[in-house]
Each structure stands twice: as structure tokens, then as C-alpha cells.
Write a protein that binds this ligand. Structure first.
Ligand code: UD1
Ligand code: UDP
Length: 376
């Protein structure tokens, strides 16, 4: 049987962190694979730091298609298509694996399916796999929701992290034979790195933070930081948490959020400690030792649940509803009072009483085995 050639598409911080276990598995098993990094994220602290810390081989291709800002989604996606087409037509992999809900994933999915529609003429037939399939916020104003819906509907293999994600895909009429519940590779990443990350615990001292006596915040999503009123409300909420609960709030700020804070001329609330984004190992330590997390990040909602840290999501919906159902997470929107109220609720004794629904840390192995064992 011919060995299958697999292309992995990554472009952003979460893609790299969550694809790392897949890369590791493929390396260890001497599989025929290569990585295409779209360059959507390019700052050292959102990109190269993860290759270094997680000891990943350099991607075979770096496309350097930087994000061009919120008003140019078409240009960004279009340029990704153009650049990626050169690579895929040269390499002609058997499968392309995209991850999550970014523009990089959308472009990888769209391109793969477009190439395959030429099969009658060219003979090219590349299968598409989508990791983190079936997640839905049911909010089409979010670029991420649009991207994930399209990726799912174009895919031959939908790697759903949970049964509820599988059900979402089924409800949209996707063939059940294409859907595999495999858990989320973030569990693999956390398990593979939590112990190693202890070596970065010094960061807490450096920032003047004591274990379980501070909150950790990350806020960067378009619907929050590009909206002045929402972002202002969230920052005020962080300030209230610090003041009323008498704890510091550490906020490693994403470049998008930093830029928008400056553009909107928003004040830094007292008690909130702003830092540059940190590496995954440092972030794991900050998370594991936090009293509570406040976030709009998908990955941080999952990691908080896995690490048994209560989470407040500063959004009106989430595509990770399992975390809400089990009491690990609560939706607070962007209202400062509501954010404070949610923090008080989540810090009541006895709240931490859930089991992560995201799998056993063997998701990467399951995904790779399914891809490698399928006949072409
Ligand atoms: C993207 C994803 C989002 C994900 C996030 C992970 C889409 C539509 N959004 O959002 O789902 O949660 O990545 O972090 O794909 N910037 C830098 N350096 C970088 C990257 C970005 O300075 O390395 C700044 C630039 O000003 C850029 C802005 O951040 O224009 C937005 O970047 P972009 O990749 O479009 O979106 P993210 O907000 O990072
Ligand atoms: N993360 C990190 N450093 C930081 C903030 C976050 O390494 O300063 C990691 C975090 O552990 C998680 C991932 O980045 O695995 C989440 O990425 P992000 O919030 O950018 O994207 P999302 O999950 O919302 O798509």
C-alpha cells in the first residue's frame, strides 16, 4: 500500500500549540508529512517561540501571508489561497489537515476542495481533514464561526473533540461516516508540557504573583477588542475584580488587543498587570496557578477546564458549551458588573467539581492513525 502523504496547515498561535502533538506523532512514526505555515501570525511571541519551546521541526513552507487587518478579510483569505495553491500543486499530498476556525484553516479547506473538483481533468483528489470539527457558537457575526462551518462542510474527515460537537455536525446533515470523536489535541499538549513547564514557574515571582492569589486574563477576539464599548467594559470588569476581590489580574496582551487599546485610548485599570504574550510553557504555569481565568479565547476555556481552574468567558456565547454545562465556565458578556458577579459566583467554595470532556490526551494518535490507515 502506498504511504499517505499528509500536509498540515498552521498559521496562528493556537494552531501551532494544538497541532504540535500531531507533528510529534508523525515524526515519531516516520510518516510522510510536511507543514505549511501560512504566516498569519508572525510576531516572535505568537509564532517562533512555540517552535522553540515545543521543540518542533521548522515548517517546510512559510508563506508569509500576514494578516492585513479587520477590513481586508477577503484580501487575506485570497492571498492565502494564491500562495497555498503553489505549495499544494507542487507537493500533491493525499490529505490536507486544517485546524480550528482561522482564516488559515478556511483557505486550506477551500483550496483543497477546489483542487479536488478538478479531478476529472487533472486526476488530483486531495482529501480534507478538519481538527476541532463540529464546534458551533451559532453566531455568524464571528469570522471564526463562518470559517468553521465552511471547513466542516468541505471535509472528508471531521475530527470532533466531543460527542456534542459530533451532534452539531450531524444536525447540519453531514454524513456520520465522516465524523470521528477523538477528543481535543489540547489535552495532549497540556499533558505533554505541564510537568516541563514547572521550569518556568519563576515567572510568577518575577511578576509578583502568588499561586492561587491572582486572576489570569486574555482578551483578543475581534468582537470584543474591535468594539470600543465592549472592550472598555471588559477592562473595567478586570479592574473591578482586582479591587473588590483584592487580587492582581495578569493580562498577557495579544498585539491586536494592544493596538486597539491604544487606538481607542482606553485606560489601563488599576490592579491589572499587562505583559507581552508569553510562551506556552509560561502560560501553562500562569494558568495552572491562577485562582480564576477571564477570557474570550477558545483554547483558554478548554485549558482552564482541563487544569481545574474556574473560567469566566467574556462573550455572549461559546462554541465550548460543555464547559458551561459542567460548571467549569460561565458567560459574562462585556458588562463590568456582570463580570464581577460571575467572578464571585465562580469563586464560591465547592465550585471546582467537574471532569474535562476533552478526552484522554491521545487525540493526536487517533487522528494520525485514522489518516494513515485509510486507503487512497
Ligand atoms: C486570529 C483568529 C482567531 C484566533 C487568534 C488566535 C481569524 C479570523 N482569527 O485572530 O480566531 O483566536 O488568531 O490568537 O483567523 N498581529 C500582530 N502579530 C501577529 C499576528 C497579529 O501584530 O503575529 C496583529 C496585527 O495587527 C493583525 C491583528 O493582530 O492585523 C489581527 O491578527 P489576525 O491574525 O487577523 O487575527 P487575530 O486577532 O490574531
Ligand atoms: N497562550 C500562550 N501565551 C499567551 C496567551 C495564550 O501560549 O500569552 C496559549 C494558550 O495556552 C492557548 C492558546 O494560546 O493554548 C490560545 O490561543 P488564542 O487565545 O490566541 O486563540 P483561540 O484559542 O481563541 O483561538
Amino acid at each position: 500500500m502506498k504511504k499517505r502523504k499528509i500536509a498540515l496547515v498552521v498559521g496562528t498561535r493556537p494552531d501551532i500549540i494544538k497541532t504540535a502533538p500531531i507533528i510529534r506523532y508523525l515524526e515519531e512514526n516516520k510518516a510522510d508529512y510536511f507543514v505549511v505555515h501560512t504566516g498569519q501570525h508572525y510576531s516572535y511571541e505568537l509564532d517562533k517561540i512555540f517552535f522553540e519551546e515545543l521543540q518542533l521541526p521548522q515548517p517546510k513552507y512559510r508563506l508569509d501571508v500576514k494578516s492585513v487587518g479587520p477590513h481586508r478579510q477577503g484580501t487575506h483569505t485570497g492571498t492565502l489561497l494564491l500562495k497555498m495553491e503553489e505549495v499544494l500543486l507542487k507537493e500533491l499530498p493525499d490529505v490536507v489537515l486544517v485546524h480550528g476556525d482561522t482564516n488559515s484553516a478556511l483557505a486550506g479547506a477551500l483550496l483543497t476542495s477546489k483542487i479536488s473538483t478538478t479531478r476529472a481533468y487533472t486526476g488530483y483528489n486531495i482529501k480534507l481533514g478538519h481538527v476541532e470539527a463540529g464546534l458551533r457558537s451559532y453566531d455568524r457575526t464571528m469570522p471564526e464561526e463562518v470559517n468553521r462551518v465552511i471547513c466542516d462542510h468541505l471535509s472528508d474527515y471531521l475530527f470532533a473533540p466531543t460527542e456534542s460537537a459530533r451532534q452539531n455536525a450531524l444536525k447540519e446533515g453531514i454524513d456520520e461516516k465522516k465524523i470521528f470523536v477523538v477528543g481535543n489535541t489540547i489535552v495532549d499538549s497540556v499533558r505533554q508540557n505541564l510537568e516541563i513547564s514547572e521550569e518556568k514557574k519563576q515567572l510568577l515571582n518575577d511578576l509578583g504573583l502568588e499561586p492561587k492569589k491572582y486572576a489570569l486574563a486574555t482578551v483578543h477576539r475581534q468582537e470584543n477588542v474591535d468594539d470600543k464599548a465592549r472592550y472598555k467594559g471588559i477592562l473595567e470588569g478586570l479592574g473591578k475584580i482586582s479591587k473588590e476581590l483584592g487580587i492582581k489580574v495578569a493580562y498577557p496582551i495579544h498585539p491586536r488587543a494592544k493596538k486597539m487599546m491604544e487606538e481607542f485610548n482606553l485606560e489601563k485599570p488599576k490592579g491589572v498587570l499587562f505583559t507581552e504574550p508569553v510562551g506556552f510553557l509560561e502560560f501553562l504555569q500562569l494558568e495552572a496557578n491562577a485562582k480564576i481565568t477571564i477570557t474570550d479565547s477558545g483554547g483558554v476555556q478548554e485549558e482552564s477546564c482541563i487544569l481545574n481552574v474556574p473560567c469566566i468567558t467574556v462573550r455572549d456565547n461559546t462554541e465550548r458549551p460543555e464547559t458551561l454545562e459542567m460548571g467549569a465556565n460561565v458567560l459574562a458578556g462585556a458588562d463590568p458588573e456582570k463580570i464581577l458577579e460571575c467572578a464571585k459566583k465562580m469563586l464560591k467554595p465547592g465550585t471546582i467539581n467537574w471532569e474535562s470532556p476533552f478526552g484522554d490526551g491521545k487525540s493526536a494518535e487517533r487522528i494520525c492513525k485514522l489518516l494513515l490507515e485509510q486507503h487512497t
